[in-house]
Structure formats: C-alpha cells, structure tokens
Write a new protein. Structure first.
Length: 902
C-alpha cells in the first residue's frame, strides 16, 4: 500500500490541535471546554518481523534484511488516518540497551482524541535522522484510542533475526589404545582455562564470527559410567562454561576454531589455538541457545597426557588396586582414581602438577606400593621430587604435605626441609636434663629465645628400624632420564642395592625400547642434590654407582640400614670421598647403623664442603680427623663406644647449635674447642661418659666456646676448673651425677666466670662451697641446685647474689644414708630476689624465722621434725599466691587451711 502525503490535511490537523488546546486552557465555561475524557494515549512498539511470525523468520534467515540490528532504529514517523483526516507524528524509540533492543523498541506516548485510527505507514530513522526504512501498512492495521487509557500498537520491521548463544567447552578425549594427532606442545590443565576466543561459521552463508576472550568457568561433573559397578558407577568429567551470552544472526552454525587462555592477575597466557569442526547448533530469533559445544581436543601425544599414561602404568605395575594410604597428609585409606577424563588423571594424592599439567612431584610414601618402579617413570621429565618412602611415613607423614617439600623450593625452604630429620629424630635441648627447678628458672627468667625447647621423643607409632611399610623391590634406571629431579627418597623397603636404578624393569617395554639408545648417566643429574635411602632391610652396601656419581649431591641420608656391616659401611664412605659426590657433600645422616671406625684422615680431608654429620647410635670406637680446614655446624656422635677424639678432629662454624658426644666411653674432654673463638656454640653435651679430666690438663686446655656445657653422669672428682681458667663463656653448667666432694677456692674463677647463670650440682658428694660462689664472682647467678649431696648446713655464698631466683638443697645424706642437714638457714627470707626455695627431704628442726611471701614457692616436704609458723603467708596461700609443698603430719602452725593433723 502506497504512502500518501496530505499537506493541507496536516495544516488543518495542526489548526484543530491548536483550537482544542485553546479551549482546554481558556476555562471560559463548562459548555465550551472539551473534557479530558475525550483523550487517550497510544504507544507504538517496534518488533522484528521474524519475532512475529515463523514465515518472517524463515524469510529473514534466507534473505538480507533492510536493518541489521533493531537498535539502529532511533525514531519512528507514523502516518495515521482519523475520521478522514491524515495525521503524521515523529516519536523517539527507546530500549534499555542494544541487546534488549533486539526484543523490541518502545516509542514515547502520544496523546490523541479517542476513536479509531488506521495506520497508513511509518518510517524509521537512525541516530543521524536518516531514513533507513519505510513501511506501508496493511488496510486493516487499526488501533483504538480509549478515554484516559493507553493503547499499545505493535509494528514490525524487516530487521535481521538474531538470537543469543552461550558456549560450553567440552573435552574431546583420545582413545588411549589408538594413535592420536601429533602435538608439539607441553599440554595444559583444562582447569586452567579462564578465557576462550571462539570462532563460529554459518553453515548456509559460510560467514564467520569471532567472539574474543569470553570468561570461562571450570566445573567438574559426574556422568553415569557403569550402573552395575559399585566403585566405577560414575565418572568424573571436567567442563568449562562461558556464561556470557553473545548474539548471532538466526541460522545454523558450528564452531570452527578456538583459542584458550589462562590468567593470573592481569597477565593472560595463551594455552592453545586449534581448528575444529564442532556439532551444528541453531540460533533462533530472540532465543537463547544453551550451550553450544566447543570441542577442545585433548592430544594423547601432549606431554602432560603422556605423563598421565605413565602414571597409570606405574599404578598398575606397583599393585595400585591394593593401595591404601596410612599417613597424615590425606584421609586414611585413600587410593588413586582413574575413573575420570584422561586429562584429569594427574589429579591424584601424592602427585603435584605444574601450570602445564606436567608432573613435578610423585610421592608413593604411605600408600603401600609393591613391586618394581617401572620404566614408565622415565616419561616424567619434569619431575623434581620422587619419594618411594620416607623417614616420616608413620610418625607424621607431613614431609610432603602442604608445608613440606615442594618442587622448586626456595633455598631457605630447602635448607629448612633438610633439617626436618634432624629436628624430629636428633635435636634435643641439653638443659632439659637438668632439675625441674632449674628448667623453671631458665624458662621464666631468661630471654624468650633462651627458653628450653621441648622436642618430641621417638614413640612406638614411628616406623621402627627393620620394619617395612612397602614392598618395593626395584627401581628402573629410567630415573636417570629425569634431569630435573632434585630429591630422591627410598625408605622402609625390602629392596637390595643392586636393584636401585641399575637396569630396566622390563627391557621389552615400550618405554625401555624408546630410551634404549639414550646416554643415561648419573653425571647428567646436576639438579639431584638430596638422596635418602633409609631403613631398607636388605641393603648390604650403599648404592655408590648412583649416589657417588651425582655431581651436585649435598644431602645423603642412609640412616637405619642395619644390614650393612660396619666394615662395609666404612669402605663405602671411604670410596665416596673419592667419587664426584664426596667433595660436594654437606650433610650426612648415618645414624642407627653398624659403623665402627671412620675412614682415614686423608679420605675425610677430601670432604671439603662437609657441614653436618650424624652418627648417632652406631658402634664407633675409633675416630679419624677431618682436619681443622673443615668446619662443622652440627655433629652427633651420641650412643657409641668412642674413647678419644683427636685434637685436630675438625673445626666449627658460627652456626653450631648442639654437639653431641653423650653415652660414649670418653675419659677426657677433648681439646678440640677454643674459648677464644669469636663463634659461640649453643651447647656441647659430654654427659654419660667416663670423664675424669681434660685433654691438655688444666693449664693447656683451650676451653669450650659454648653457652651450655653438660658433663653430667661422669666420674669427675675435682671441680672442672679448666673450663673457667680457659675463659669458656658458659652460662649453663650441668655437673650433676659426678663424684665431686668440694669446690676449692679459685677453681671457679676466670675471665668469663661472671657469665654463669645456672649450675646443676645434684647427685655429688659435696659438703661445702667456696667463696667463688659469691656475687663478686658470679653476679648473674639465677639458679643453683645442690640437692642429693652431703651438706650439713646451707652454704651461704650463693645467697647474696642479687639475681638468684631459685635455690635447692634437698635430700642431704651422708655415706650411711643419714640425714645431715638440720638447721634452717636463718635470714634466707631476706635474700634480695629469691623466689623459690627447696629444702625438703632433710631433717630441719625448729624454724625461728618469720616466713614472708617474698619466697612464694617453698618445699619443706619430708622434714619429719620441722616446726614452723606460716601465719605470715597464710593469706597468700589461701589466695593461691603461694605454693607450698608439705606433709599434713608436720608441725606447721598459723595456717589452719592446710589441714594439718594434730
């Protein structure tokens, strides 16, 4: 129907409108006024023809529309006929946004006289006020304006039919039993996809559309796999959703390519670009298509997928179906699960992946693996950590946990983890053997850094020596392909030395055939610095072909291999010194073995970087010297049969915490230290030996540059004046359980005697102290324990020390067991800083001194003849501010709350 213009009619219409407006505003009379009820409103809604009828949709999909997007329409000019009069009005078109515009546009409201109107035609204008389309209406295109109401009239236009679509990234998995497409990439984790650029093609017009970097959301879903299987009923399946809807012209499409990205902060990294041929999906006008599938190809030859196939073979070959985790890092009974997409096979307990999905850490410790580690291990070329058991499987199982050993650790973290064995099995605070009172004094009246550390002792839940936790009998030499390997652990196993990385597990395996021509050598393993071969019950020698040829070996733990004879262990250590690893080795854990003698001096001198040695609980009777050019920071020789230590045994660094020589057969304190050294050690322990004196005598002994020295449980008959005469900077001295009878004047004098703070003299035969114990010589003394001696009176010398907090003189007996201490030390309550007094288990009689609350910890228990008045401290006792150890049968007066039996 042709559109007509009637300019004259327009002028008449304008005149009528003006006349009506004048009448409405004049208010002359009710007879002249036109009632508002004679008006109504109309609003036009503009839709795409395709949204109105299926015929239009089919036509729009097959032909070019006059308008590409409905949002291009900004104004509409409508021509109407009313009672023979033609009316034309231009109105603004509105929508919330361009996307909503595809569902229709609304015009501004237009006020008209009530009645019937016929739409003659309408024009569409763009934002430049240019006509972009014109439509002649059908003869029956009518609408009615009702009084004071709003009439909505729908109009249509030939605009391109459009719909929206969301995408779903689904993996197209390879058949592991067939060949797959070639790939030269490392692969990546599907879960790392965070952005996706997707290209689609219209199957009819062949036009392509690209949607850049849509956000992707990863989810794991479950799909029915085997309804009749209890364990494999469902299968894990990973997908990624692009929740942003994008618009496309109506039609049939397929995905033809994609690019996926990972994102960290603002950094975007392309993972893969791949051409594909996706399934056809249909876009309908103004409808949302959920979810069009983007097939993400997973290549069997991508390195990460090859890693996972190797992982599956390791699990199969090492009895994986029977694994059951028993450590603390994962839930009890945990096993690996391969009932999921192949690219998710790397997500297993004990397995760590890098950003490309390559395996960087493999920990079988705690699962109970059996058999031989197969040749497939050679595929894991990005592996940094390989643990086939470890020293902490049962006591903690946290060595490889979230806060434990990780791939590519910092140097500080690596050094921390190297000390983990030391901290759990070797470290102890020598001061923990002192009396409870002295420990209390140290913990409460010294700096926080000086408090006594409480180390957990070995318990029955720890893996006992000779007990295996797995049945691993061999390791493939394919391990030599792992040039990124940094740490290797093998423990609690029945393996023999000749099965550790010496041969292929199966020479006919695909892996062995593939690697057969490679030049495999330990000399290429320059990143492998830490090796543990621990508690392997059938090991009869150290596998030197492996560890000895590592060019950068720094830590070797071969503790608890008690089937290696002492002679063989000495020979292996001696040979190691001549191999590439010897001069590089820094830490050697060799405790709980059968070593009897160190290698010769000449061999030990070759260990030029050696820092730490643990030979705890061996059978060592003869030591040889490292020489003073080698400085040790840690040395444990406890629980052996050592009778002497060479003077030039070694030197020490400024990092020494504890040197342990306890439980040996030493008769002299070795002259291997120097009190004048600028480096002061934390503690040196010579307890539980047979020491009677000092090498070099009192005049030539060079002293011990340590804060704590323990000579407890030895055979000293004379006070060790060599320690003080040499200027040893000792703060804590333990001389308990010796044979001391007296301390002579001058024996405790020296340039650094004033540093002494704590001394334990229990379990000796002392009868008196000299004036060396006065404040003029040891002004900072805070605690002294004289219990279990033979004093007949309380020695007054230490009591004037202004810093003295605790004094004990319990259980004084003569040779016949008679109680020797009877008199209360009058005036002791006036000691300037004394807080705790232990004088129990004696024969104290009448106490004529008024007891004050300045001493608020008092032990008078087991003094059967004591008579004491505690009225001065009864209120403090009642308030819980005074700690009294007593017997209810004692004669204690002035404090009825004690419940004394009269």
């Amino acid at each position: 129907m042709n559109k007509l213009r009637f300019n004259i009619v327009k002028l008449l219409f304008v005149s009528l409108i003006a006349m009506f407006s004048g009448m409405a505003m004049s208010g002359c009379s009710d007879d002249e006024e036109v009632s508002q009820s004679q008006y109504g409103y109309v609003q036009f809604k503009l839709y795409k023809e395709a949204s109105y009828n299926e015929e239009g949709a089919a036509q729009s999909a097959a032909s070019r529309a006059s308008i590409d997007k409905l949002s291009e329409a900004q104004k509409i000019e409508v021509e109407m006929r009313y009672n023979g009069i033609s009316i034309t009005q231009t109105l603004v078109l509105n929508a919330y946004n361009d996307e909503n515009a595809e569902y229709g546009l609304r015009s501004d409201k237009l006020q008209l006289l009530v009645g019937d109107y016929r739409v003659i035609g309408y024009k569409i204008y763009n934002k430049m006020d240019e006509v972009i389309d014109g439509v002649s209406a059908d003869p029956d295109e009518m609408f009615t304006v009702v009084p004071s109401g709003l009439t909505v009239k729908d109009l249509t236009i030939d605009s391109q039919a459009r719909g929206s679509v969301k995408f779903k990234l689904e993996k197209q998995l390879p058949d592991v039993n067939t060949q797959s497409r070639a790939s030269d990439n490392e692969g990546y984790l599907f879960s790392n996809i965070q952005l996706a650029t997707i290209q689609v093609q219209n199957t009819f017009t062949q036009m392509t559309y690209i949607f850049e970097k849509l956000n992707a959301r990863y989810e794991e879903e479950y799909e029915l796999n085997d309804p009749d299987s209890e364990n494999n009923k469902y299968k894990d399946h990973g997908v990624a959703y692009c929740d942003s809807a994008v618009w496309l012209p109506a039609g049939d499409y397929k995905v033809i390519s994609y690019t996926v990205y990972s994102k960290s902060g603002v950094t975007e990294t392309e993972l893969e670009t791949q051409a594909v041929s996706g399934e056809t999906f249909t876009v309908k006008d103004n409808e949302l298509t959920e979810y069009a599938i983007v097939p993400v190809l997973v290549s069997k030859t991508a390195e990460n997928i090859k890693d996972y196939l190797a992982l599956k073979e390791i699990w199969d070959k090492m009895g994986g179906k029977n694994w059951s985790y028993y450590g603390a890092t994962y839930p009890q009974g945990t096993n690996w699960n391969f009932n999921k997409d192949i690219d998710m096979w790397g997500d297993q307990p004990g397995v760590t992946l890098d950003g490309n999905g390559r395996i960087t850490s493999l920990t079988l410790a705690g699962f109970g693996a059996s058999g031989e580690l197969p040749d497939a291990i050679g595929q894991l070329t990005e592996l940094r950590i390989l643990a086939l058991g470890s020293h902490d499987e049962t006591y903690g199982g946290m060595l490889f946990g979230p806060n434990g050993i990780q791939p590519n650790m910092s140097d500080d973290k690596r050094n921390e983890m190297r000390m983990e064995y030391k901290q759990h099995f070797l470290d102890r605070d020598v001061r923990a053997n002192m009396s409870d009172m002295l420990q209390w004094t140290i913990n409460n009246y010294s700096s926080p850094n000086n408090k006594i550390k409480k180390y957990s002792s070995i318990s029955k839940k720890d893996t006992q020596i000779g007990v295996v936790t797995n049945k691993i009998t061999g390791v493939s030499k394919a391990v030599m392909r792992l040039k990124n390997l940094q740490q290797f652990y093998l423990a609690n196993s029945p393996i023999t030395y000749d099965k550790i990385c010496t041969n292929w597990t199966d020479p006919n395996s695909d892996y062995a055939q593939q690697y057969a021509k490679e030049n495999l050598s330990w000399s290429n393993m320059t990143n492998l610095t830490d090796v543990e071969i621990y508690n392997c019950i059938n090991l009869t020698r150290v596998p030197l072909d492996m560890v000895g040829n590592l060019p950068e070996l720094q830590l070797l733990n071969i503790a608890c291999n008690q089937n290696i004879t002492g002679e063989q262990l000495r020979a292996d250590w001696s040979k190691l010194c001549d191999m590439p690893a010897g001069p590089r080795l820094q830490i050697l854990y060799m405790g709980y073995n059968n070593l009897e003698e160190f290698p010769d001096d000449a061999q030990l001198h070759k260990m030029v970087k050696f820092k730490m040695l643990d030979c705890t609980t061996n059978k060592i009777h003869t030591l040889h010297s490292f020489g003073t050019d080698i400085k040790l920071s840690t040395l444990y020789l406890d629980n052996n049969k050592i009778t002497s230590i060479p003077d030039n045994f070694c030197a020490f660094t400024n990092e020494v915490e504890t040197l342990g020589f306890s439980y040996n057969e030493l008769t002299e304190v070795p002259n291997i230290f120097n009190a004048k050294s600028i480096y002061i050690m934390n503690s040196v322990d010579f307890s539980h030996n047979k020491i009677t004196g000092f090498a070099g005598g009192d005049d030539n002994f060079k002293g011990i540059n340590a804060y704590t020295v323990s000579l407890a449980y030895n055979k000293l008959k004379n006070f060790p004046k060599a320690l003080f005469k040499s200027g040893s900077p000792i703060k804590t001295l333990d001389l308990s359980a010796n044979e001391l009878t007296e301390v002579k004047e001058g024996e405790m004098q020296g340039s650094n005697a004033y540093l002494l703070e704590t001394i334990d003299l229990r379990f000796n035969k002392l009868t008196k102290l000299c004036d060396d114990f006065r404040a003029t010589n040891i002004p900072y003394l805070t605690g002294i324990d004289l219990s279990y001696n033979s004093f007949s009176e309380v020695p007054p010398q230490p009591l004037n020390c202004s810093e003295l907090k605790a004094f004990a003189i319990r259980y004084q007996r003569d040779e016949k067991g008679n109680r020797t201490l009877r008199d209360w030390p009058v005036g002791i309550t006036q000691c300037p800083s004394l807080i705790q007094l232990q004088i129990g288990s004696n024969d104290i009689r009448k106490v004529d001194e008024t007891i004050t609350p300045y001493i608020w910890i008092l032990d008078i228990k087991d003094n059967p003849n004591i008579s004491i008045d505690l009225s001065g401290v009864c209120s403090a006792i009642q308030a819980g501010m005074y700690l009294l150890f007593y017997d209810k049968t004692q004669d204690i007066r002035g404090c009825d709350i004690l419940g004394i039996e009269r």
